[in-house]
Design a protein around this ligand. Sequence first.
Ligand code: 2M8
Length: 447
Amino acid sequence: PGDRRPVRYPEPALAARAARVLRDNDTGAVITAAPRLYPHMWSWDAAFISIGLARLDVQRAISELQTLFRAQWRNGMVPHIVFTENDAYFPGPDRWGTEVAHDGPQHVRTSGICQPPVHAIAVQRVLEIGRRSSAADRADAERFARDIWPSLYAWHRWLVEYRTPGSSGLIAIVHGWESGMDNSPRWDVPYAAVQPGAGLPPYVRKDVRIVGDPSERPSDREYDRYLWLIEEMRRAGYDQRKIVRNSSFLVGDVFVTALFAVACDVLVELGKEFGQAPEEIADLQEWADNARAAVAGSCHSVSGMARDRDLRANRWLDTQTVAGFSPLLCGGAPDEVQLKLLSLLDSDRWCGHPELLAPVPPSVSPMRPGFNPRQYWRGPQWPVVVWLFSWAFERRGWHERARKLRDGGVKLTEDGSFGEYYEPFTGEPLGSTDQSWTAAVVLDWLC
Ligand code: 2M8
């Protein structure tokens, strides 16, 4: 495919633009996830943002992660949003009402759910970059990695203690937002069972006013369910045991589980290096093994693709999305399954689809029914997802594959708009532009 977009920045100019996006989105206290659509700190966005920031200013990268972890709940949960004063986003802190929770932080307002545990990966990356920088950056990054480790351990322990119900071993989410892939078709079946009650307080969406074309966002029907789940949790006082027991949505998330496994591996490496408690390192090793086994155990016998599990209905969810490639992130699947997944990833159903502008995995295969090239997590390509696979492939020693994904990611984003997500055939940026995590992963690729 030729170039379907008018503007194409050479790499140095693209890096300069990415750096400017991060600077412009800096409120002084946090880098917001996006200038208008997401005017707060999001948990997994902050992790990716810190990786990009480290290329510009190691100190600033460190303080971003410190800000997120200062909002960590006393039980260990890292909340999915740390709110700023801005009120342009819904649902904001009043709707969440996490003040009713016993475990919430006192000094800052947060949401009451979590997001994928990619933070250890970010800490290790900031450390690597800091070490290649000045002597002062090296010393700061090392001190930071040592000091934040117990908080990362507590976060991982929370996921194991509260979020591994049932026998699948998968980490459970209680809201599609916890997956980070909000309206992915992965969640259509479990969401169909969520019946918003008559007690759902009225609300007005703000996202559709900001994104020009509302069809790029989830539907109102989907939002009713998102808001209903929050209502259930608020009524349960954000008591995790009650939520996991009763909420109308409880799904073992295979992508979160794979990220957890590899993040535990990273924490083991950091823990050994910085002399952390051996029994905690042993816990992490065990959690990584269990999570990897759960991911491998979810693979479909024919396609090889990893599956989520609806823990309310007790059944596997066979919807095929990019999350099906989760075993490639963390390893642990039998060789024949891994080979099957790699050839599927290369095939015309995924990265090898002849019409793609950039050969990186879309959120849903263009060959699947229900694929929608413009709709959020139902088809577009997401640069952060590409970054995760390229990072994991590099770590696994698959350098050529990692390089191809990185090159594809740069091709996707070289229009310099830093879209939240991209239409896979035309490369049109969709959702928000100047999205911080897109700028951040581009910086990491280019520097
Ligand atoms: C999107 O999610 C938020 C809710 O958390 C939203 O749509 O309002 C997702 O893409 C999520 O993964 C991301 O962290 C967040 C901020 O970029 O936006």
